[in-house]
Ligand binder design. Structure first.
Ligand SMILES: [Zn+2]
Ligand SMILES: [Zn+2]
Length: 153
């Protein structure tokens, strides 16, 4: 069994994924690509005003990782504004979770094979849930943690 890899959790998807400056006809526009985790970091910290600590928790990543993501996002946006580039939003190692606000730590099911994450539904055993990506049975997050502890990771 491959080690589960936790992706960066996002609770929102942008409605617009391309922004471009108004330029003279025929002039070339360069663009920067913002990944979905970068946009989520900006949304949580800059727009919702969360502390990095709290925003990192929402995305299921460390504060250090969050700091790197938001720095990268700010640089790309600055580059676009200062140098007149377009911004495209695409990709990123993300997992979209609905109702993220209701997320409680430890209360979700994950795919032990590919790392897919979903909110745990009360009364539904995780092993009855099938991963939409790879068809594996899901397990509770704390089962993975305790397995890791046993292996001394
Ligand atoms: Zn579950
Ligand atoms: Zn899976």
């Amino acid at each position: 069994m491959t080690r589960p890899r936790f992706r960066r959790r996002i609770g929102w998807l942008p409605r617009v994924d391309y922004f471009t400056p108004v330029l003279d006809k025929g002039s070339q526009v360069e663009s920067v690509v913002l990944t979905l985790d970068e946009v989520e970091a900006i949304r949580l910290a800059d727009l919702e005003g969360l502390y990095q600590e709290e925003a990192a928790k929402r995305m299921n990543i460390s504060r250090q990782t969050f700091g790197r993501i938001i720095d990268s996002a700010h640089k790309k946006i600055a580059d676009a504004i200062v140098n007149g580039k377009a911004i495209r939003i695409a990709g990123g190692p993300v997992e979209f979770v609905e109702n993220l606000r209701e997320f409680v730590e430890g209360d979700y099911c994950v795919c032990p094979n590919c790392g897919f994450v979903k909110i745990h539904e009360r009364g539904v055993p995780c092993r009855f849930e099938i991963c939409p990506n790879c068809g594996s049975h899901l397990i509770r997050e704390f089962e993975i943690k305790s397995n890791k502890r046993k292996r001394g990771e």
